[in-house]
Ligand binder design. Sequence first.
Ligand SMILES: [Zn+2]
Length: 366
Amino acid sequence: MSGTGFDVLARDGAARLGRLETAHGTVETPVFMPVGTAATVKAMMPDAVAATGARLILGNTYHLMLRPGAERIAALGGLHRFMNWPQAILTDSGGFQVMSLASLRKITEEGVAFRSHLDGSKHLLTPEHSVEIQHLLGADITMAFDECTPFPSPREAVEASMELSMRWAERSRRAFVARPGHGIFGIVQGGVHPDLRERSAARLVEIGFDGYAIGGLAIGEGQETTFAMVEATVPFLPEDRPRYLMGVGKPADIVGAVKRGVDMFDCVLPTRSGRTAQAFTREGTLNLRNARHADDPAPLDPECRCPACTGFSRAYLHHLVKSGEILASMLLTQHNLTSYADLTAALRVAIRDGRLADFAFGGATP
Ligand SMILES: [Zn+2]
């Protein structure tokens, strides 16, 4: 079989329970992908990431092409071997980071010329080069190269940007080397305009991808608009391919998007928050820096199975945070990723049992 496989096993309303087959294992959906920007999920050993339940993580093309370099990673056996993560990896195309991090960007029909944020060196990222880098890394899932349109932008600018991304999507598809268990996903753009979203989705389906991402959202438009754009896009995507909402989000955003037919998510929130003393629990978000935790012998979340919750008190975690100890980041990141993994696992059970309408997981009930 060429490409990634995807089977929908159960439905509850628009939501789906699915199984994604990759060269590095099977992934149950809905799924949350921890972000491993620079070939590491920050503050986590690979075994600890796997212990949360994660079977698919995200790597960043922009960061890895600049340091240590895609050719170097390929010569060292590929990204899975390099970071000792034997399970599935999705890589982004570099399009988003090149817009948010690089300096002196120049966008042409060919691609994006830019200077590295690390050393000022000059680079040109094109659809063909982005796909080649992701091939060198050995990604199970490659993302098409696109332009992430800033929000807000005038409609004409959003439309021109979306049309450019669709031409780049076709070039990305053509550059992709098909092999068993490896797939390429297209990315729907079109800002906050339902008709542009529909046109973008239709164009991508015509080109034909192994999965479809909804991009250019969660960049300041607000949850209501994000959901409206998901609703404007999902009906135009094929039933038998996974759908990925990029960069989302908070637990409540994930629940709302799953109810609207999305299968895959990624976000830096659980990992980044873990390094800034924020914990996602079934009773909402807690700030462990807060002095009210100083004498609290209770666990962070009594229902959580993670090492931070089964082994330590809120008072101890507060102490680690106040002391600037590395273990605070490690434990809180592991807790947050466990919390996200358990949220998506609970969503899968609810879809299977047809109980998604009354779904409740802590504060995550939109
Ligand atoms: Zn926990």
